[in-house]
Design a protein around this ligand. Structure first.
Ligand SMILES: [Zn+2]
Length: 677
């Protein structure tokens, strides 16, 4: 079986329902599950998600029972893996995995079953702890000295990883205990370290780990122990091999005892009087999960009275005194069918993956963003690949890594805009590709208008994205300013089926109300790349009237850069934007009333510089120019003296120009002045 066949077959088995299952398929499924465990345990390179593996394994267990196969092959899965570079050591007590549950009902069943087996009439109390997504390890101490560390491996035999374990910084190498003591740990990699490791791997074209456990396992089960030392691994002690020593103890006391021996234990242990308390605690766990720096894929529920553990004992596969409650799967695999290059409202192009529909957290996912082309290259993802897809809580679905490489069809940015065919440009030093045709690109205009009406700018009640799209298609709104001219199309709009007179009336009234807005909101609404609300607020000090905007009366780039949090890119974009989009901006401004904050003299380069004006100017009156000068911090003087810094000279300049030349005062024409300011 090759990897691609295995992936396809897994998808078939995942879909297959019990009634379509035949006895012959048990063997096939067994081979498949064995194939996956091989990839998983030996290579740290799974091609399906843990939850998908769990489902396949569960199906195997159920169908074995159903067809009463002579040997339960599911129990031997994993034990047939002979090849491992590490020496094998038998566990003194098998490290058996816990049974999984996914809902309240299963938990009640678990409790009822236990009560029956134990013959208990009173309620059973439990401890809840995190189920860390890590690697099970057993540590053996003799006469207080750490002598051996073995992995869980197949539960019966483990791999000797003593040298590697010694590299984990906070492990106790000695403990205060005279006799042989075997303690069990979960070795984990914090999420922050996991993300750092993968980020580094992407930059250096190394292997990307699909989850923190694979990363932990891959960091620990290596022959070169210096790798283990570099990786940021942690552990939590949670159990002992020989529980007879703790007969009569509660699990809670045992954990506290482990802590007293200086073992690290999890910060989360909750005592529950009964199963109902367990269930209500589970409901509260969502918030905690978001705050911890570890991946947990569920919770472990254990009987608190350890004396009952030996009575409850084991099923064929699992201990009966404990159970794992698994959270809904966050990671699944699916196929990447094609990629669209989507144009946003600032012209940025985002690759969006079309996926074979797949269900996560109860939602059918068909598309996922690939963020940018740099990310695509780092992930090595191509059309035709099978990918791991993650969706956690409310987060939008994200492709984490490639599961199986498919046909090699690279994902590259298009040369020309798919919407307006303008040549695509790339930001220098940025990963952004964009269509520069800001106001002529249908895709961008479409997005801009939708965005403008939808909350962010005008917040026009009753005007939704769908309507904006419709008006755009009907040519009513082609430019932002057209929103305010929509009233001229009232008659036609009323003829459209889905508009009632009242709603149209309301819409137009709202639009009228929104003609007045403040400069910050306006700047933000211009969709200048990199300019959000905060930046818009900072930049707003540069403008004091509509004319400043209409005539691009901006200070020079280096002055803009002096504003807090404004980098050279924003300064560039701002100037560039005003230069190229002048017409569009003037058009929308002609419909609007802008509110400016009270004038404040901003401290910039020209603050206090003395300037005098002479002659006449084509575009501005003398008073307008004085207003502009003063708003930009210049100190206007009516006559030229040796203290004057500049003279702004227009047409027909006379005596003042002569005097300035004699005194050596620098003379600017209007063009020179505009460049300067
Ligand atoms: Zn375009």
């Amino acid at each position: 079986m090759d990897i691609q066949q295995a992936f396809g077959l897994s998808k078939e088995f995942l879909e297959l329902s019990a009634e379509n299952f035949t006895k012959e398929q048990v063997q096939k499924l067994w081979e498949l599950v064995a194939f996956h465990s091989e990839l998983y345990y030996r290579h740290e390179n799974p091609i399906i998600s843990d939850s998908e593996y769990d489902v396949l394994f569960k199906k195997l267990e159920v169908w074995e029972k159903l067809y009463k196969t002579d040997i339960h092959i599911s129990s031997s899965v994993g034990s047939n893996i002979e090849q491992s570079s590490f020496q094998k050591v038998a566990h003194s007590r098998a490290m058996i995995s816990l049974d999984n549950t996914y809902n309240e009902e299963d938990l009640h069943d678990f409790d009822t079953r236990l009560s029956r087996i134990l013959g208990e009439s009173s309620e059973l109390s439990y401890m809840i702890e995190f189920k860390f997504d890590g690697l099970g390890i057993e540590l053996i101490y003799e006469e207080g000295i750490l002598v051996q560390a073995i992995t869980r491996w197949n539960g019966i035999l483990g791999e000797d990883v003593t040298q590697n374990i010694m590299q984990i910084s906070n492990i106790p190498k000695t403990i205060d205990k005279k006799w042989r003591f075997e303690v069990r740990w979960e070795v984990v990699m914090p999420l922050s370290s996991f993300h750092r490791l993968n980020e580094y791997a992407k930059q250096h074209w190394q292997k990307i780990f699909s989850n923190p456990r694979n990363a932990a396992s891959g960091s620990l089960r290596v022959l070169d122990t210096s790798i283990t030392k570099q990786r940021d691994l942690m552990y939590f002690a949670y159990d002992v091999s020989d529980t007879s020593e703790f007969f009569g103890w509660t699990y809670k006391d045992m954990i506290e005892y482990l802590a007293s021996l200086w073992f690290d234990i999890s910060s989360y242990f909750t005592y529950c009087e009964n199963i109902s308390e367990v269930i209500s605690s589970i409901e509260k766990i969502g918030n905690i999960k978001q705050q911890i720096d570890f991946e947990i894929d569920g919770l472990v529920i254990k009987l608190n009275d350890m004396s009952l553990w030996s009575e409850a004992w084991f099923t064929q596969h699992h201990p009966r005194y404990a159970i794992a409650y698994k959270f809904p799967a966050e990671i699944v695999t699916t196929n990447l069918l094609s990629v669209e290059h989507s144009i946003g409202r600032t012209g940025s192009i985002t690759p969006v993956a079309n996926l074979e529909p797949v269900c996560i957290w109860g939602a059918m996912i068909r598309r996922a963003t690939l963020h940018n082309y740099d990310e695509v290259a780092k992930l090595w993802v191509r059309v035709g690949d099978s990918v791991f897809l993650k969706r956690a809580w409310e987060v939008i679905p994200k492709i984490i890594s490639v599961a199986v490489a498919g046909i090699w069809d690279d994902i590259v940015p298009p040369k020309y805009c798919p919407s307006c065919h303008t040549q695509i440009l790339k930001d220098t030093d940025k990963v952004r590709y964009y269509c520069p045709n800001s106001y002529g690109c249908p895709a961008q205009m479409h997005e801009k208008i939708a965005f403008a009406v939808w909350k962010h700018w005008f917040d026009i009640d009753g005007f939704w994205e769908k309507q904006a799209q419709l008006f755009y298609t009907l040519w009513f709104i082609e430019h932002i300013g057209d929103i305010f001219r929509l009233k001229y199309h009232k008659k036609t709009i009323l003829q459209l089926d889905w508009f009632k007179e009242k709603s149209v009336e309301n819409l137009l009234t709202w639009i009228e109300k929104k003609r007045t807005l403040d400069i910050v909101t306006f700047l933000k609404a211009l969709w200048i790349p990199w300019v959000g609300k905060k930046t818009a607020k900072t930049l707003s000090v540069l403008f004091h009237s509509k004319d400043d905007i209409c005539y691009q009366l901006l200070p020079p780039k280096d002055v803009i850069e002096q504003l807090p949090d404004i980098g050279p890119e924003v300064a560039d974009w701002l100037r560039n934007f005003f230069m190229t989009q002048e017409q569009e901006i003037r058009d929308v401004l002609s419909e609007l009333t802008l509110i400016f904050p009270e004038k404040k003299i901003t401290q910039w380069k020209y603050s206090g510089k003395k300037i005098c004006i002479t002659g006449s100017f084509e575009w501005f009156s003398r008073d307008q120019l004085i207003e502009i000068l003063e708003s930009q911090g210049w100190n206007f003087t009516s006559s030229v003296s040796k203290n004057t810094d500049y003279l702004l000279a227009g047409e027909k300049a006379g005596s003042k120009l002569k005097k300035a030349t004699e005194l050596g005062v620098q003379v600017l024409d209007l063009e020179g002045f505009l460049i300067k300011s």
